[in-house]
Design a protein around this ligand. Sequence first.
Ligand SMILES: [Cu+2]
Ligand SMILES: [Zn+2]
Length: 187
Amino acid sequence: MKKWIFASAATAIMLAGCGMQTGEEEMKIPVMSEGVTTAMESDLINAKGETIGKVLLTEGNEGTGIRITAEGLEPGVKAIHVHEKGECTPPDFESTGAHLNPEHKQHGFENPKGFHAGDLPNIEVDKEGKVDLETTSKYISLKEGNPGYLLDKDGSAVVVHEGPDDYKTDPAGNSGPRIACAAFNKK
Ligand SMILES: [Cu+2]
Ligand SMILES: [Zn+2]
C-alpha cells in the first residue's frame, strides 16, 4: 500500500530541482494517520454489481483517509471522486449524482474556479489489475457538522472512472464512464 497524492506539474518540477525523492518520502508515512477516531468501510462494486474490493474511510487529525483496495480492474490511471449520493446502482452509477460540492465550485485542482470537496488525486491500477492506495482529504468528513460531511441524509459514494481526471474540465475532469462504486450511508 502506498500513499497517493496530487502533485501538480509545477510542484513536481520544483521538487525535482531540489533533488528530493518524493516517492520515498510518501511511503514512510504510516498507513493509519494519527488520531483516527472514526472508521467506516464499504464494498466496492463494479458495473456488473460484483464486489471487487473495499474502500475504507478514517477520520483523523489530518483529515479523512481514503484507502482503496481492489482487483480485477483494467490497468492504468483512473479518476476517483466522492459523489454526492450514497447509492451505487450498476451499471453506470448515475445514481451517485455529481461530485460532492457543498461550496458550489467547479471541478478540478487546476481549475481557477475549483475544486469540488469530492475531488481526489488519480489512482494507478497496476499491471495485474490491482490497486491498494491511501490518500487524505481535508475537505470531506465523517463527523456531522464538519464541512464536506459524508453521511448526510442521502449519504455519499466513492466512484472510480474508466480514465484519468485531467484536473480541470468541469464537471468531472473528462474521466469517462463510472466503473466502480462504494456507498457510504449513516448506519
Ligand atoms: Cu466521479
Ligand atoms: Zn469534481
